[in-house]
Design a protein around this ligand. Structure first.
Ligand code: NAD
Ligand code: IPM
Ligand code: MN
Length: 332
């Protein structure tokens, strides 16, 4: 039996997560779900963005789906730190897998099929930011050998599973020789040491960003640090058809948390316009990579593909969430 912790969070997280859960329940009739809280709304009500009960539920079950949370931008709220960052760091969800592929009708290009594997717990997300003196602010970028090793081992697992031709390490070691140097050298050591026979390539992040726009087909599996992966995954998901189609999996040892790449989308919250496909495809990643259930994962992706082939050109406006929900559930 599988247990899934359901964390809708804020904004459209509450609209898209129930659809993904329904899809999982259809595929896994014995699925048990446990509701849990996290986010800005939760912080305002309880004083905690991630209550201990939510961490514990995830430790107990090992699997969850997370919608999105809102965060105040640019101002520090005492005691508040983004719920998703806490979940990633506390539960050591060290890698974040973000596939980008072409879909019928909605994608801006055919033939794209790449993955970004992003370090998910450190880098410029260390949380170490402070005022050095009046007018001078400092953020510390933490790169550790252990996290790079864990990421590279995960990269190998993904590369083997997808029969990757090439792994591209993306960094900025020309400007950050110590931190990015450690990242690049450690990843190479692990990949070469474990006998990765296919190509290991590397690219500076600025050129990688341009090439993701000009020639996304050139990439297979990109492995990169936390902030670079955050930015590159938003750029790359343009080719899938945008944030409404961009899934991810926060992935640790024994725990995984499916999460659409998009945020809480306050501009469309409550309008019915939120596309649940990113959340549904995140559930498929959980099935395939964490629960090791490739057959239902494939069924879900095929249902999305068939739905998009038939209906992808239409604009369902205020009915989007429900039309997509009905169409994909019917195709399962
Ligand atoms: P966003 O992803 O919430 O929205 C960006 C744009 O994409 C908006 O126009 C939105 O309407 C659209 N969009 C996003 N998801 C969509 C979907 N499923 N269907 C249709 N349209 C969709 O990014 P933002 O506006 O930069 O951030 C809003 C809030 O979300 C901020 O508080 C930010 O911190 C937070 N955020 C959270 C997460 C997360 O929880 N993982 C990720 C990104 C941003
Ligand atoms: C993402 C989001 C998060 C990140 C935010 C909400 C902290 O943008 O999952 O891509 O920067 O990692
Ligand atoms: Mn992001």
């Amino acid at each position: 039996m599988h247990t899934l912790v359901v964390i809708p969070g804020d904004g459209i997280g509450r609209e898209v997560v129930p659809v993904a859960v329904e899809a999982l329940e259809t595929l896994l009739p014995d699925l048990k779900t446990v509701e849990a809280e996290a986010g800005w709304d939760c912080f305002q009500r309880t004083g905690s963005a991630v209550p201990e009960a939510t961490f514990q539920a995830l430790r107990d079950s090992g699997a969850g789906i997370f919608g999105a949370v809102s965060s105040p931008t640019g101002q520090r709220v005492p005691g508040y730190r983004s719920a998703i960052l806490q979940l990633r760091q506390v539960l050591q969800l060290n890698a974040n897998l973000r596939p980008v592929r072409s879909w019928p009708c909605v994608s801006h290009r055919t033939g794209v099929d790449l993955m970004i594997l992003r370090e998910n717990s450190e880098g410029l997300y260390s949380g170490r930011e402070h005022w050095e003196s009046e007018g001078v602010a400092i953020a510390e970028r933490v790169i550790s050998r252990g996290a790079c090793e864990a990421l590279a081992r995960r990269a190998l697992e993904v590369a083997k599973a997808r029969k990757a031709r090439r792994i591209t390490l993306v960094h900025k070691a020309n400007v950050l020789p110590v931190t990015c140097g450690l990242f690049r050298d450690t990843c190479r050591e692990v990949l070469e040491g474990e006998g990765w026979a296919a190509e290991i390539d590397e690219r500076l992040v600025d050129l990688a960003a341009l090439q993701l726009v000009e020639q996304p087909e050139a990439f297979d599996l990109i492995v990169t640090t936390n902030l670079f992966g955050d930015i590159l995954s938003d750029i790359a998901c343009h080719w899938s058809g945008g944030l409404g189609l961009a899934p991810s999996l926060n992935w640790g040892n024994g725990i995984a948390l499916a999460e659409p790449v998009h945020g809480s989308a306050p501009d469309i919250t409550g309008s019915g316009r939120a596309n649940p496909i990113a959340a549904i495809l995140s559930a498929a990643l959980l099935l395939r990579y964490h629960w090791q259930k490739p057959a239902p994962a494939k069924r879900l992706e095929t249902a999305v593909e068939n739905f998009l082939r038939e209906e992808g050109k239409a604009d369902f406006g205020f009915e989007t969430t429900q039309v997509v929900r009905r169409g994909i559930l019917a195709a399962l």
